[in-house]
Every structure is written in structure tokens, then in C-alpha cells.
Design a protein around this ligand. Structure first.
Ligand SMILES: Nc1nc2c(ncn2[C@@H]2O[C@H](COP(=O)(O)OP(=O)(O)O)[C@@H](O)[C@H]2O)c(=O)[nH]1
Ligand SMILES: [Mg+2]
Length: 299
């Protein structure tokens, strides 16, 4: 995860740390390298600009000047700014257990939605929910089968209907959940592009019928800014409540992780770090920042 970005940042930091005192020139040279590392990591250029500005203001301040370990202070500043970049003040919408809570999962094809639905079901089951998975990706029989297989492997029911009307499936699923006292319904949907008007209308209609507590956008971290731009477009149509960042295990750059909150204004809620259903983690900006800085989870 993030290896290439981590390596580049660490090489800048070791140069800065190797000096006793840092002149303004040293700091500015270091910041130029950090800027380059972030751009190469595919972080949105505007975000990079603001980020470097903030780090610069703090780095030229007293905290660094008066410190006996100025290089280390700059690492701390970068860490704080990374955390800031990924932190959202949008509070997570609760999923009450005493009624049927609803989660709608959307995104591009192949981003990891179906797998994420299985992971969410397992996660919430462990947290005391009784989930129901709903196959609303009606265009590919294999997609329905995939969800059924996932559901079976974790002992969670999967609702399907033999129709291509997703709103009909949704209504049926909600009735079924009420009858069976299942208090968390997770809707898996077909992949779609934001430019596909018909498909976007379909998911908007679905959202109207379901009235979900949360709408989660699944973004494939490995696709960098494409994932971020697409999240932004979906957010304009669906008012997302959060983002699940997938395939972080294969992402050496980190551009999506570092940009998506700032570009969409919506928080990352979960990260997916592998193909196994247990490979889902709640998102914590400080932990991801530490990983990016190569500090493990300790900082
Ligand atoms: N390495 C890795 N692979 C993943 C992750 N999430 C999903 N995948 C794989 O990505 C592929 C597409 O996933 P799928 O859930 O079918 O995507 P969907 O088309 O959006 O429903 C599958 O082969 C998954 O096993 C992840 O976090 N890490
Ligand atoms: Mg799918």
C-alpha cells in the first residue's frame, strides 16, 4: 500500500532530518520534492497546491525554527496536514437497529461493489445486525450468482427476483426484510458510468424507492483521479453519504485516498484491502496518514 509515495516522501524526510538546522532555502527545496511526490502519486493538483502552502506556512514558523529536530518537526507537520486532508466533518448517518436500515452501494463496473456488499454484510453482522443482501445488478446473471455465493459463504440471506425492474426488486426486498425481521438491507447495484443517463436515472429511481440511510460510492483506489472524478459526478446526482475505497492493497500511489474527501466533500468510511470478505477496515485518517509516511499504525 502506497509504497511508491512512501519511498519518495521518506527520501525527502531523511535529507531534511540529516541536517541540524534548516534554512528557508532547505525547507523550500524539501517542499518542492514533496510537491512532486504528491503529483506523481496522482493527487489532484489543486489539493497539492493548497497542501504545500499550508505545510510551508507552518514549516517556516517558530515551531521548526526553534526546534532541535527541525526535520522531524516537518514530518509531524506533513502528517497533521495529511490527516486534515482526509478528515471530514460530515457525521456518519446512524443505522438504527430497531427498524430496517438501508444501505445503497453504487459505483463503476469492476470497482468492487459486490465484494464490498459482502464485506459490509459481514462487518455489520459482527456488529449485531441481521443483514439482507439484495441483488439489484440485474443485467448480468453472473453478478446475481456472485452475490448469492458470497451470501452463502457468510450465512447471510440474498434477495433476488427474476425481473430487470430494480425498483420492484427493492420493494420486494424491503417487504421480505420486514417479514423476516432483518434490520439492515444492503443493495448491490450494477456498475454504471455517470454519463449513462438511463442508468443514472435507474439508480436515482432506486434511491427514491429505498430512501436509504446511507449511499456509499465504491471507488477503486488503483484508478486514481478517474475514481475521484467519477465519485464527484455520482455525488452530484445521488448525494452520497460516504465512500468505500477498494483495492488499496494494490495501490502504490495513494492519489485517490488523498483527494477524494477534498474533491467530493464526502468522507471515506471504509477501505478494502484485499479480496477476502474480512478485508474491510473502518477508515481512520490518522492510520492512513501513518501508513503513507511509512510509520506503520503507531504514530
Ligand atoms: N485486491 C483486491 N481486489 C478486490 C478488492 N475488492 C474487490 N476486488 C476484486 O475486484 C474484482 C471486481 O470486484 P466486484 O466486487 O465483482 O466488482 P463490481 O463489478 O463493482 O461488483 C473482483 O475480482 C474482486 O475480487 C480489494 O480490496 N482488493
Ligand atoms: Mg457487481
Amino acid at each position: 500500500m502506497f509504497e511508491s509515495l512512501t519511498d519518495k516522501l521518506n527520501s525527502v524526510f531523511s535529507k531534511l532530518k540529516s541536517r541540524g538546522k534548516l534554512s528557508e532555502k532547505d525547507i523550500k527545496a524539501g517542499l518542492r520534492e514533496i510537491r512532486l511526490a504528491l503529483l506523481e502519486a496522482d493527487v489532484n493538483y489543486k489539493i497539492v497546491k493548497d497542501f504545500i502552502k499550508s505545510v510551508e506556512v507552518k514549516s517556516l514558523g517558530e515551531r521548526v525554527q526553534k526546534s532541535l529536530t527541525p526535520g522531524q518537526q516537518i514530518v509531524k507537520i506533513v502528517n497533521e496536514e495529511l490527516v486534515q486532508l482526509m478528515t471530514s466533518d460530515v457525521e456518519e448517518k446512524p443505522l438504527p437497529k430497531n427498524r430496517t436500515s438501508k444501505l445503497l452501494v453504487v459505483g463503476l463496473q469492476g470497482s468492487g461493489k459486490t465484494t464490498a456488499c459482502g464485506k459490509l454484510a459481514l462487518h455489520y453482522k459482527k456488529n449485531g445486525y441481521e443483514p439482507l443482501l439484495v441483488a439489484a445488478d440485474v443485467y448480468r446473471p453472473a453478478a446475481i450468482k456472485q452475490l448469492q455465493t458470497l451470501g452463502k459463504s457468510i450465512n447471510i440471506p440474498v434477495y433476488t427476483e427474476d425481473t430487470t425492474k430494480v425498483t420492484k426488486i427493492a420493494k420486494g426486498a424491503l417487504k421480505y426484510a420486514a417479514k423476516e425481521f432483518l434490520n439492515l438491507v444492503i443493495f448491490d447495484t450494477a456498475g454504471r458510468l455517470h454519463v449513462d443517463e438511463k442508468m443514472m436515472e435507474e439508480v436515482e429511481d432506486l434511491a427514491k424507492v429505498i430512501s436509504p440511510d446511507q449511499i456509499l460510492y465504491v471507488a477503486d483506489a488503483m484508478t486514481g483521479q478517474d475514481a475521484v472524478n467519477s465519485a464527484k459526478e455520482f455525488n452530484e446526482r445521488l448525494d452520497l453519504t460516504g465512500i468505500i475505497l477498494t483495492k488499496l492493497d494494490g495501490d502504490t500511489r495513494g492519489g485517490a485516498a488523498l483527494s477524494v474527501r477534498a474533491v467530493t466533500g464526502k468522507p471515506i468510511r471504509f477501505v478494502s484491502v484485499g479480496e477476502k470478505l474480512s478485508d474491510l477496515e473502518a477508515f481512520h485518517p490518522d492510520r492512513i496518514a501513518s501508513r503513507i509516511l511509512g510509520m506503520g499504525d503507531m504514530l
